[in-house]
Ligand binder design. Structure first.
Ligand SMILES: [Zn+2]
Length: 396
């Protein structure tokens, strides 16, 4: 391709992306759909649905960033479909922020195909590269109409069929916000909760094919630029509707308070924060203000302890995975560890330990924990032994 043509192509696609972004922000349906290739009927119908679904979503920003220097290589199948030299699939990133909720935009890699029709370039596909492992992620609004409910500092997004659950989640999550603040201290006191229709949609939103059925909700964030940088954005709590709905009001309160704790602590939860500390603190906050007996909160762990199968070591990240056989006993095990630290050193020292570990970079989590516990006058081995003894006392 001639350089001049390449420049024209880039300018045309750049312009098209600007038009699309402005059309979303200014709610101009005709302008939005005019950027789609008329021959791409299925895409056009989907784009019309997405545009309608975005109506209730409070967008603070919405833009596409084009990287013309990075594009999909030559492809015979696409040459046959669109004509040789008549298609182009450069790297495009959607950057958007939910108004009042995302302090910095969320970035999503889109894998779009643009085609030349006459003298114009138009959007022809967003799924040509899915088979090669580069699908364009489908957000909630790509999956059906969206309703949005606000309550206090909480925004809940779901589909119309889940309106009742969306409302209830909004109320329960809003009530959880001050509970989190009372323990953790200052945070944005803003949270976005997403209620998909079912577990399948949840898996799609998470891009996770793993076992999710036992999770009532999960807190996630975008971590771009490597784990050690820990620069999270786009914090969301996703509800697993069937599992969540099986819980009573108390269980729902505990789950949402637990997940909002993850949202509040996310920036402070760098790679050196051990899973038991993050999950244990989230459970301490989750149960705050309640006086639930251990027979309720630690039933599975108590059974293990009484059967002589008490865990030998503090739970790790893998113990909290959806398919972990220790999932239900790992939460109370972590909670007991955090409560033990609180009894011995006081809550401020525990929160200080959390923030110190969360700020560590360039050390292994193990080394960071050794140093963190040393400041409290203990070691991982001594603390683990004390935690096991405490577990026997509380549950044996
Ligand atoms: Zn958790």
């Amino acid at each position: 391709m001639q350089r001049e043509q390449a420049v024209q192509r880039e300018q045309a696609v750049q312009q098209l992306l600007r038009t699309r972004a402005r059309a979303v922000r200014e709610r101009d349906r005709a302008a939005f759909l005019a950027t789609v290739d008329p021959r791409a009927r299925e895409l056009r119908a989907r784009q019309a649905a997405v545009f309608a679904a975005l109506e209730q979503v409070p967008l603070g920003s919405w833009e596409y960033v084009l990287d013309a220097g990075t594009a999909e290589p030559a492809d015979e199948a696409l040459d046959r479909r669109y004509g040789r030299g008549a298609w182009w699939a450069p790297a495009v990133v959607l950057r958007y922020a939910l108004e009042g909720f995302d302090p910095r935009p969320v970035e999503v890699d889109h894998h779009l195909t643009f085609v030349r029709r006459g003298g114009r370039w138009l959007l022809a596909a967003d799924d040509d590269f899915a088979r090669r492992g580069r699908p364009t992620p489908r957000a909630l609004w790509d999956r059906g109409p969206v309703v949005a409910v606000r309550s206090g500092g909480v925004l809940v997004l779901g589909h119309p069929g889940q309106q009742r659950l969306v409302r209830e989640v909004a109320g329960t999550a809003a009530a959880a916000v001050p509970r989190v603040t009372r323990v953790w201290g200052r945070w944005s006191e803003r949270a976005v909760v997403v209620v998909p229709d079912d577990g399948r949609e949840l898996a799609g939103l998470l891009g996770d094919e793993g076992e999710l059925s036992r999770l009532a909700a999960v807190a996630v964030a975008e971590l771009r630029g490597g784990r050690d940088e820990h620069d999270p954005t786009g914090e969301r709590v996703l509800v697993n509707p069937q599992t969540f709905s099986r819980l009573g009001p108390l269980g729902r309160r505990v789950v949402l308070t637990h997940e909002l704790t993850h949202v509040a602590t996310r920036r402070a939860s760098g790679p050196a924060v051990p899973a038991w500390l993050a999950e244990g603190l989230a459970d301490v906050v989750g149960y705050s203000g309640l006086d639930l007996p251990r027979s309720v909160t630690a039933a599975d762990l108590r059974r293990e302890v009484r059967a002589g199968r008490a865990p030998m070591r503090l739970p790790t990240e893998a113990d909290f995975a959806g398919d972990s056989p220790r999932l239900s006993s790992s939460y109370p095990a972590a909670e007991l560890a955090v409560r033990l630290l609180e009894r011995r050193h006081g809550r401020p020292a525990v929160l200080r330990l959390y923030r110190e570990l969360g700020a560590r970079r360039g050390v292994t989590p193990e080394q960071a924990l050794v140093e963190g516990l040393r400041r409290l006058g203990t070691t991982p081995e001594a603390f683990t032994a004390a935690w096991r003894a405490d577990m026997q006392r509380q549950l044996g």
